[in-house]
Design a protein around this ligand. Structure first.
Ligand code: UD1
Ligand code: CA
Length: 449
């Protein structure tokens, strides 16, 4: 098999995005655009080179998180052809196919790219170009075909007369080249056009004299969506969401209102999970079978076992909830929280870096921070774990079967022994022995004057 060198173009600023950040750093499905492209490239290439320029440091750092690749610098962004010229040394060293991808075209599928490369290999073409039929071709280079259906030229929007602008077949910006012909063609490029740029598609004028140009039309034009502005970004997000959701629907997940549910690509959901509208599932969140989420919940890197109920308005960040437990409405589980089986974490309860043992309840209006709560405990309404003295954070431990009366303040560090109880309103500043009761700061009684 011929070796594949992939060059990803990501040096442009993306001015149409109106952003302080390079366009390819913007996220799609929770992952930077460049991350999508780099992962795709690494999966099908022997070597990946990325052309960077605008905000090169950030782009390199982000891209490197997604795959192993090399970088070349494009000092001034003089066009897509000029960008590829910067990778000349890599092309010269390479025998085989060169695949070009754009950092702003992240929805392309692996199967389409492998099809493109196979088509290129089997055709003895000098350049295979992926095109698509668009309902609205605005912003793309238009494909000019000759009488026999072959490709003649790509005309950029800026250079197009009204007749050309009406053509609906567009250039995807994705091509497969013979390395030698690409190298030769790059040397011939000029910038004689409206934008004064070196256009990569213009390499076809030289190549066509040496070998056939092979157009390949994509089945689904949505794959080649180039993201130039925020409207494109929103459209791409919608397309990606639809793909992700179709996958979950097909594997047995109920989404009551897919259009108002947001699921990032790394989320795993088992069958018979029900997701109510407005829910936002992020990162590497995992949800076990039979669990019901929402409406309007946010789960980020959360691990939710089977048959859990996460009720309206709850947020769970980097935390774990075991099977049979209920959380919410309006609960806030901050990072490092672990809820064991059959627990009840109720409304307006906030937990942070805390473990709650099997069958325990924190049903209403509490703050639980830096705590270990044993099995079968009951933490009454309004209980506050006072874990912070303004300088340090301290631990609170509740052994099994502790009953905490409403509105207790537990001043950490403090430990409540097995089976102990506190009376309503107590302020507990010292450890409580097993099976004993502590009573709060009782109200003092005065006569009115
Ligand atoms: C380009 C194509 C157009 C095609 C469209 C598909 C050219 C001349 N035009 O237009 O035919 O229909 O993509 O989406 O190729 N880049 C650099 N250095 C540069 C210029 C651009 O690295 O000097 C990178 C950008 O960062 C971007 C990609 O190349 O990732 C495409 O550049 P962009 O300016 O968006 O090209 P389009 O105008 O969309
Ligand atoms: Ca573009």
């Amino acid at each position: 098999m011929t070796e594949v060198l992939t060059i990803i173009l990501a040096a442009g600023e993306g001015t149409r995005m109106k952003s302080g950040r390079n366009k390819v750093l913007h996220k799609l499905g929770g992952k930077p655009m460049i991350g999508h492209v780099v992962e795709l490239a690494a999966g099908i290439s022997d070597r990946v080179v990325c052309v960077v320029g605008h905000q090169a440091r950030e782009v390199k750092k982000t891209a490197s998180r997604h795959a192993e690749l090399e970088f070349v610098h494009q000092e001034k962004q003089l066009g897509t052809g000029h960008a590829v010229q910067q990778a000349e040394n890599y092309i010269a060293e390479h025998q085989g196919s060169v695949l070009i991808l754009y950092g702003d075209t992240p929805l392309i599928k692996t199967s389409t790219l492998t099809g493109l490369m196979a088509g290129h290999r089997n055709s003895s073409g000098g350049m295979t170009i992926l095109t698509a039929e668009m309902d609205d071709p605005a912003g793309y280079g238009r494909i000019i075909r000759d009488n026999s259906g072959g490709i003649k030229a790509v005309v950029e929007e800026h250079d197009a007369d009204p007749e050309t602008a009406a053509i609906r077949e567009v250039n995807s910006g994705i091509y497969c080249f013979d390395s030698q012909l690409l190298l030769e063609a790059l040397k011939q490029l000029d910038n004689d056009n409206q934008q004064g740029e070196y256009y990569l598609p213009d390499t076809m004028h030289y190549i066509s004299k040496k070998a056939p140009l092979i157009p390949l039309k994509a089945d689904d034009s949505r794959e080649i969506l180039g993201i130039n502005d925020r409207a494109d970004l929103a459209e791409a997000e919608g397309i990606l969401q639809e793909r992700i959701q179709q996958k979950h629907l097909a594997s047995g997940v109920t989404l009551l209102d897919p259009a108002r549910t947001y699921i990032e690509s790394g989320v795993e959901i088992e069958q018979d999970v029900i997701i109510y509208p407005g829910s936002f599932l992020k990162g590497s969140t995992w949800i076990g079978s039979g669990t019901v989420i929402g409406p309007i919940c946010q789960l980020d890197n959360a691990e939710i076992a089977s048959d859990v109920r996460v009720r309206q308005g709850s947020i769970i960040l980097q935390s774990r909830v075991d099977s049979g437990s209920t959380v919410g409405p309006y609960a806030y589980l901050r990072p490092g929280t672990e809820i064991a089986e059959s627990c009840r974490i109720g409304n307006f309860v906030e937990l942070k870096k805390s473990r709650v043992g099997r069958g325990s309840k924190v049903p209403h209006l509490s703050y639980v921070g830096n705590a270990t709560i044993g099995k079968s405990c009951n933490v009454g309404a309004g209980t506050i774990f006072a874990n912070y003295d303004g300088v340090n954070k301290y631990q609170t431990v509740l052994e099994d079967e502790v009953f905490v009366g409403s509105n207790t303040t537990l001043v950490a560090p403090v430990k409540l022994g097995r089976g102990s109880s506190t009376g309503a309103g107590s302020v507990v500043t010292k450890d409580v022995e097993e099976n004993s009761v502590v009573l709060g700061v009782p109200a003092r009684f005065y006569k009115k004057k």
